[in-house]
Ligand binder design. Structure first.
Ligand SMILES: Nc1ncnc2c1ncn2[C@@H]1O[C@H](COP(=O)(O)OP(=O)(O)OP(=O)(O)O)[C@@H](O)[C@H]1O
Ligand code: NI
Length: 412
């Protein structure tokens, strides 16, 4: 275990700020329907980094864009999906602005109306006053959280920066818009932000244009623009993939520092298992639109459960000293063009058996005791017979939840 991981293991005890539940996002193209995200669930706590890892096409970016309200036609977040944002100040602010969207619920019960802003009847018992469900929220509501509450950074920093404006202008614009600042204090704050992300000669840099900076510096500038909006959640979609290893490590360190200072919740997306192990507290492994394994980062690397995760780990260079070349999993991620009725990994799986082509694996605890480690594979729970395990998945798939011993609470 690296020092980095040791430091991380104590993190993420804050309250849940974002919970994604049964997220389904599909693209209705002329040719077919693509179920790009097909029932993904995970939580993010304040101060915690949750990683999403998987091969190209597994649905990572569509998950991120769904949270940001950036899915465009022919794509749509399907009914039944929830993206609950819990930040109390935001929920309160939105409830004031959009009174027509407010609905009430009793404690943890179901909301009584279909408004996207759900408030507790008896407020304040456990500190949360409810949530706004971004999956059901109209664009006018989502727009009020995008950037200011939940910010996103992408692989290519140039796609988020405007080439014709100075760096200073872009940071100041964000400060004016989201923090209501003006006058000289804006310039001072902009310079401070640039310094905070490690840009030298910040005052001078404010007057320069994006193309005058290197790739790594541009990504720092994008991070400064995101921070100018003072977000609670930062979604990073492959932010270091285009950078060389040294610069990549510096950006990861920067994100770590910023997170500590601001108690940020970070969703970090990458196809690089090495990067995910460096940065995450918890990891979600995604395959063909589904989260096939969730575990604390350390557990995922020492004790992977799903055959797909094991395959990904074997493909990390240097992890198999005996192997003389890179092991990769044969075959490609299938395009999920119908709702899952079987295991989408079965055709590539070394442990595939008959039921895998007939039963859809649901998310279950790896063993009955391992409540923070779940996987969607018919081989689990590990401590049941194969028939018993398959039977559990079948019953779960039918919505039969009387199985006390193994509930999805494991997702935490
Ligand atoms: N606008 C779109 N129209 C149709 N299909 C789309 C659209 N955007 C994404 N998809 C499909 O959704 C699936 C998931 O794509 P996504 O971009 O989320 O993958 P990813 O895991 O981010 O991969 P990568 O590592 O390559 O970025 C893919 O099959 C992709 O072709
Ligand atoms: Ni992507």
């Amino acid at each position: 275990m690296s020092q980095h991981q040791a430091r991380r293991s104590t993190r993420g005890d804050g309250e849940t700020v974002l919970s994604v539940e049964e997220l389904r996002t599909a693209f209705f193209t002329d040719k077919e329907t693509i179920y790009a995200v097909d029932g993904a669930s995970f939580d993010l706590r304040r101060g915690e980094t949750v990683g999403i890892v998987g091969e190209s096409g597994s649905g990572k970016s569509v998950t991120a864009r769904s949270i940001m309200g950036l899915i465009e036609s022919p794509g749509r977040v399907l009914d039944g999906s929830s993206i609950k944002y819990h930040n109390p100040e935001t929920v309160e602010r939105l409830a004031d602005q959009f009174a027509g969207e407010v609905t009430y619920r009793d404690g943890d019960g179901e909301p009584e109306g279909d408004g996207c802003i759900v408030l507790d009847d008896d407020e304040g018992t456990n500190g949360t006053r409810g949530y706004v469900d971004l999956a059901r929220a109209p664009q006018k509501v989502v727009k009020r959280t995008r950037g200011g509450d939940i910010a996103m950074i992408f692989q290519d920093p140039l796609s988020s920066l405007n080439p014709v404006y100075t760096v200073g202008n872009q940071i100041k614009e964000a400060l004016k818009l989201h923090r209501d600042m003006s006058g000289r204090s804006v310039t001072d704050e902009a310079a401070e932000l640039l310094e905070a992300v490690g840009i030298p000669d910040a005052r001078m840099a404010l007057r320069e244009y994006p193309h005058q900076f290197s790739g790594g510096q541009r990504q720092r500038i994008v991070i400064a623009v995101a921070l100018a909006c003072d977000p609670e959640v930062l979604i990073c979609d492959e932010p270091t993939t285009a950078l060389d290893v040294t610069i990549q490590a510096q950006i990861l360190d920067l994100l770590d520092d910023i997170q500590r200072e601001r108690d940020l919740g970070i969703v970090f997306i990458t196809h690089d298992m090495g990067v995910i192990s460096e940065i995450s507290d918890r990891v979600n492994v995604m395959y063909a639109g589904e989260i096939v394994e969730t575990a604390p980062a350390e557990t995922l690397f020492t004790d992977p459960a799903h055959p797909y995760t094991r395959g990904l780990l074997e493909s990390i260079p240097g992890r198999n000293p005996g192997a003389d070349r890179l092991t990769t999993i044969e075959g490609d991620v299938p395009t999920p063009n119908q709702p899952a009725t079987d295991c989408r990994f079965a055709p590539r799986c070394p442990e595939q058996f008959d039921a895998c082509t007939q039963v859809h694996p649901e998310s279950v605890s790896v063993t009955e005791a391992a409540t923070d480690h779940t996987t969607a594979c018919l081989l689990y729970p590990d401590d049941r017979s194969r028939e018993d395990a398959v039977d559990l998945h079948e019953r779960r798939g039918r919505g039969d939840t009387d199985d006390e011993a193994n509930r999805t609470e494991a997702r935490r």
